[in-house]
Design a protein around this ligand. Structure first.
Ligand code: NAD
Ligand code: UDX
Length: 473
């Protein structure tokens, strides 16, 4: 008999939405209901225009919605009916109180546990999908136990999500691994087996890794810390390149060919962003400090500090190259999302760069293929477009009449634009600051642009040979 027939997921965000859509697609025998208290978001999931842009997702939602995939604000019946409940709510950095600015705020996770205990009258499996500090499952168990109705019991599992935005459909369909952590008891093992049965609908058994709860929780924080650390490391090397004449693309290629290191996540950039890296490393730093592991905390803090340094360096370089003043100069920012193929701007380095340029008195012309106008204004604390920020729907309009182009996101289409056309419409000398190393710098120099990029000395970019894809390590 099927151990799980109905699943409820609390949180219809970047994780809950795509994860449950794939789950519904791959498990026609399971009914999946995603609930959220945000009515607008639920309405969007039920509409033609989904609340998030994720390549390939729309088709899947359309295929499953109304069949075995439902989005609802009516949480209580969905929770009561479910055999298994995913908690997939946001766990942001605390903004006040103990651990402010570093610790993860578990108030949403806790309120889910309280609601479950209050309304459910039969035993269930509760799965912690949100990224949480190590030992959070123990807190969930505590809250559940203290409020559970008579005769009801819960098994709490840790099942962190490793999808990256922009590639979520593929990451969920072909995951490198699925972690399931649970209690080391008969009941615990039974719950682990039930969740593993769900994944086994499409994930091969050898990729479903069972472990103890704390290892599973910590593995998620550790994985994000390692990934961000690689980018911070190559970004640190990019500063050395700029000071010496080495080229960070060449160095990254050389490093990545070592099979022990591998080529991925070595792309030097204006800095890493996104909703996860900063929050999760801060969380790891906070946990380490709380455990009196001060050297460990200081070590991981450096990964964040290096990222701040990189963003600052890039902003300063723009001002310095443009004769130390950008007051009243017009600058086009191409790309506002934190990475390509998403409309998400959380912790986007573009926000930092734009704010820096605004502080220096520049007028900004911003274009991004997917980010909504209102989101850009919100991120820049602007109430309207009168105060130095104009948002464009066309990259050529954004470039027109400006002194400089600043690339902040690695959208593929940016490398296919007609830069001659942009150059002709710009003020001279015309500058390009490529914060993502995606453009053909020698071609731009030939057009007449002054090109500056990460990890290469200014002015030398056009001397180097363009070896195509090799720039995109
Ligand atoms: P999100 O902000 O996009 O979505 C969270 C949703 O939960 C929101 O819609 C919110 O309204 C809802 N919510 C919060 N409290 C609720 C409550 N008590 N009842 C009902 N709904 C509630 O967040 P996200 O990006 O999906 O991230 C969710 C979790 O997954 C976080 O812990 C995050 O660290 C982790 N994660 C995110 C990613 C990613 O790429 N975004 C990847 C892996 C893991
Ligand atoms: C990350 C993790 O990759 C994912 O496993 C986890 O579940 C959530 O956090 P995400 O933040 O969506 O995913 O995107 P990711 O591809 O990791 O990129 C993060 C940031 O690093 C982006 O700003 C990206 O542009 C930047 N980056 C990435 C670089 O600057 N250089 C690189 O080589 C790779």
């Amino acid at each position: 008999e099927a151990p799980i027939r109905k699943i409820c997921c609390i949180g219809a965000g970047y994780v809950g939405g795509p994860t449950c859509s794939i789950l519904a697609l791959k498990c026609p025998d399971i009914q999946v209901t995603v609930v959220d208290r945000n009515e607008l978001r639920i309405n969007q999931w039920n509409s033609e225009k989904l609340p998030i842009f994720e390549p390939g997702l729309e088709e899947i939602v359309k295929q499953c919605r109304g069949k075995n995939l439902f989005f609802s604000t009516d949480m209580v019946p969905a929770l009561k009916e479910a055999d298994l409940i995913f908690i997939s709510v946001n766990t942001p950095t605390k903004t006040f109180g103990l651990g402010k600015g570093r610790a993860a705020d578990l108030k949403f996770v806790e309120s889910c546990a309280r609601l479950i205990a209050e309304v459910c009258d039969r035993s269930k499996i509760i799965v912690e999908k949100s990224t949480v500090p190590v030992r959070s499952a123990a807190s969930i168990v505590n809250v559940l136990k203290a409020n559970t109705k008579p005769g009801v019991s819960y098994q709490v599992l840790s099942n962190p999500e490793f999808l990256a935005e922009g590639t979520a459909v593929n990451d969920l369909t072909n995951p490198d691994r699925v972690l399931i952590g649970g209690e080391e008891s008969d009941e615990g093992r039974k719950a682990i087996d039930a969740l593993s049965w769900v994944y086994h609908h499409w994930v091969p058994a050898e990729k479903i890794i069972k472990m103890n709860t704390w290892s599973s929780e910590l593995s998620k924080l550790a994985a994000n810390a390692f990934l961000a650390q690689r980018i911070s490391s190559i970004n640190a090397i990019s500063a050395v390149c700029e000071a010496t004449g080495a080229d960070v693309s060449e160095v990254a290629k050389a490093i990545g060919l070592d099979s022990r290191l591998g080529p991925k996540f070595l792309q030097a950039s204006v800095g890493w962003g996104g909703s996860c890296f900063q929050k999760d490393i801060l969380n790891l730093v906070y946990i380490s400090e709380s455990l009196n592991l001060t050297s460990v905390a200081a070590y991981w803090q450096q990964v964040i500090d290096m990222n701040e340094y990189q963003k600052t360096r890039f902003g300063q370089r723009i001002v310095q190259a443009m004769f130390n003043t950008i007051t009243d100069k017009h600058i086009a920012i191409l790309g506002f999302a934190f990475k390509k193929n998403t409309g998400d701007t959380r912790e986007s380095p573009a926000i930092y760069v734009a704010k820096h340029l605004l502080e220096e008195g520049a007028c900004l012309h911003i274009f991004d293929p997917k980010v909504e106008r209102a989101q850009i204004l919100l991120d820049l604390d602007q109430s309207d477009e009168k105060t130095g920020v104009t948002i464009h729907e066309d990259p050529y309009e954004a470039a027109k009449g400006t002194h400089a182009l600043v690339i902040c996101t690695e959208w593929d289409q940016f490398s296919t634009y007609d830069y001659q056309r942009m150059y002709d419409s710009m003020l001279k000398p015309a500058f390009v600051f490529d914060g993502r190393k995606i453009l053909n710098h020698s071609a731009l120099s030939e057009i007449g642009f002054h090109v500056e990029t990460i990890g290469k000395r200014p002015g030398e970019s056009f001397q180097a040979q363009n070896w195509g894809g090799a720039n995109n390590v």
